[in-house]
Design a protein around this ligand. Sequence first.
Ligand SMILES: C[S@@+](CC[C@H](N)C(=O)[O-])C[C@H]1O[C@@H](n2cnc3c(N)ncnc32)[C@H](O)[C@@H]1O
Length: 369
Amino acid sequence: MADNSSLHRASRAKNDEFYTQLVDIEQELNHYKQHFKGKTVFCNCDDPFESNFFKYFAMNFNHLGLKKLICTCYRQSPIAWAQLSLFENEYVIVKTEGGKDPYKIEINEVADYNCDGAVDLADVKWLLQNDKNSLSVLQGDGDFRSEECIELLKEADIVVTNPPFSLFREYVAQLMEYNKEFIIIGNKNSITYKEIFPLFSQDRIWLGYRNINADMWLVVPDDRDCEKIVDGKRLKHIMACWFTNLPTTKRSEFLPLYKRYNPDEYPKYDNYDAINVDKVSDIPYDYDGVMGVPITFLDKYNPDQFEIVAFRKGDDGKDLVYSLSNGGGLVSHTSAYLYDDVIRPIINGRKIYRRITIRKIFHGNSGND
Ligand SMILES: C[S@@+](CC[C@H](N)C(=O)[O-])C[C@H]1O[C@@H](n2cnc3c(N)ncnc32)[C@H](O)[C@@H]1O
C-alpha cells in the first residue's frame, strides 16, 4: 500500500501537470529575441511531444539565431506520449520504443527542408533525421536536479520553461547556483516565498513583460477539472506570471506618480513607520519615507525609481524583513537581528493584507517633482 508521503508526492506531481499555450509563450518571448542569438537554450521540464516551449524554439531556431536547443522530459509526466502531441511523427516513436523513458532532444540545426523560406512543423518533423540533431534516452528520471540534467544546465546559456510549481523554490535556487539566465513561469504566490522575495530586493530576479494581473490559461490533462474548453483544449485559469533575470525595457520604465501625499488618505501603520498605499497607481510623488504597497507593485518596480525595504506577511510572528539599509541581510523574527518592525501592518487596530515596503530613491524624471 502506498504510504502517505508517496501519495503526497503523487498528488503534488499531478498538480504540476499543466501546459503552457504557444500564444502565451510567443507573447512573452518575442520581447527577448535579441538575447537568444548564438545561445544554447535549455527547456528542462519539457517533453518535446507536449511542450510548446520546444515547439517555439524549434520553429524559431534560425530566426533567433540559436546555437543549440536542449529539451529534457521527466519520467513522472502522466500524460507523456498520450496527448498534446505536436507531431504525428512515427520516426520519433519508433526510435523511442519502450515508452515513457525520459529522454533528451538536442537540436543543433534546423534546415528549411521544404524550401518555403519558413521553418514550420513540417520541417521540424524531420529535425531528428538530421545527423546534427539527436534524441536519446536519459539514464535517470529526467529530474532537473539529477546529475545528467545539471550537466546539461551547465552547458546552457538560457533556461526557459514552466517548471513544476511545487518545486519552484528548488528550481530557482538551482538557477541561481549555476548563475543561469532564465525566463520561467511561476505561481504569483511564489513571489512571497522567503527564498524568492529577497532575490527581488537583490535585483537577481524580476517579473517579465506580461501584466501580473492578466489571466493565464494553461492546458490541463483530461482527468483534471477545467474551466473552459477551447479548440479541444481543456483550460484552467492559473495565477501565474513570468520571472526572469534578462534585461527588460519594462524594468526601466518610470511609474508616473500623480497623487499628492496627505495624511488622511495615507494613514501610518500603528506598528511600523510607514504609510499605507492601497493601490500601486496611488503612490504619492511627494512622500520620501517608507510606504507599504501591494505585491503587484513588483510589476512596476524600477530599481532606479524605488528601493524595496521590506516584505511583511501574516500575523504568526514569522514575518521576514529584508532590509537594504541593514546591509542586505535577510532576517526572521527568530534571528538575533530582530527588528521591532517585524510585525504585520496594522492601521487603527485593523490588520492590513500583506505589503511590500518601499521607498522612492529617484526624484528626477517621474515628471512630478
Ligand atoms: C507546469 S508543467 C509545465 C510543462 C511544460 N514545461 C509546459 O510549460 O507546458 C511542469 C512539468 O514539469 C515536470 N516535472 C515535475 N517534476 C519535475 C522534476 N523534478 N524535474 C523535471 N521535470 C519535472 C512535470 O511532469 C510537468 O510536465
